[in-house]
Design a protein around this ligand. Structure first.
Ligand SMILES: Cc1cc2nc3c(=O)[nH]c(=O)nc-3n(C[C@H](O)[C@H](O)[C@H](O)COP(=O)(O)O)c2cc1C
Length: 228
């Protein structure tokens, strides 16, 4: 009886491991949930000051970003809010409230998918993909040196189903809203950023092993500026 139970238990554990780990190119795919801290709605500097201070920075220091900073950046990018009065549910506008974007985070700590509904990150890979991502972005140094890269992708079916070809334009505009929120939030956190549009969509998809319908639109490297 005990032996049978042990065999059954080993089989369950083995199957569980197979289901939760997809091995690809030697990289284990994991599924670890990380609850992000509650984002703040009051900052140290004004909106006007962050607009004034924002500029592109392409050389970052090695300093790691805190979980609070990452939480704040992702919330500003595509986080949720619940405003009963206005009905607005996200930090950015979206044509027809379709919200077709999916955001990912690439850092020295691993590769993560952001889930705005519960403000969680799901760790997909335990390795630092910044250098590989940089190669997919014409070897731009800002991508490999940034503390984090926020990768904005679009699931075009979610927007083109309703708006057909025009949905593509709407997706690009929405990516711009997201990017600007990240840039301004970064300044408020004492961080810097740059917009990166020069990359191979296919190479980025391959490096990150993204689902086929998550098409990369924009990469926003963020970090502490390197002191000169
Ligand atoms: C759509 C878009 C794509 C961009 N792509 C890149 C890029 O691939 N690499 C880069 O270093 N800067 C990129 N930039 C940043 C611009 O070069 C930068 O914003 C511009 O030179 C103005 O400088 P400022 O951001 O400091 O005001 C991009 C900006 C936009 C809006």
């Amino acid at each position: 009886m005990v032996k049978k139970f042990l065999i059954l238990f080993s089989v369950i554990v083995f199957m569980g491991n197979i289901l939760s780990c997809k091995v690809k190119g030697g990289e284990k795919k994991i599924d670890e949930e990380i609850q992000l801290p509650q984002p703040k709605t009051r900052g140290k500097i004004s909106l006007e000051e962050s607009i004034l201070k924002r500029h592109s920075v392409r050389d970052f220091s090695k300093r790691i970003l805190s979980r609070e900073q990452i939480s704040q950046l992702l919330w500003a990018a595509y986080g949720e809010k619940h405003d009963a009065k206005t009905g607005a549910t996200k930090t950015v506008p979206s044509a027809g409230a379709a919200y077709p974007m999916e955001t990912y985070l690439v850092s020295s700590q691993g590769f993560f998918h952001y889930f705005p509904q519960n403000h969680k990150l799901v760790k997909l890979k335990n390795i630092d993909l910044r250098s590989s991502l940089s190669k997919a972005a014409l070897r731009q140094g800002c991508v490999s040196s940034a503390g984090v890269n926020i990768v904005i992708t679009c699931v075009y079916d979610r927007i083109c189903g309703r708006y057909k070809k025009r949905g593509i334009k709407y997706a690009y505009i929405e990516a711009g809203h997201i990017a600007q929120n990240i840039h301004l939030q970064a300044v408020c956190l004492g961080l810097s950023s740059v917009a990166v549009g020069a990359f191979s969509d296919e190479a980025v998809q391959k490096v990150l092993d993204l689902p086929n319908d998550h098409i990369p639109v924009y990469i926003i490297p963020v970090g502490y500026p390197k002191k000169k």
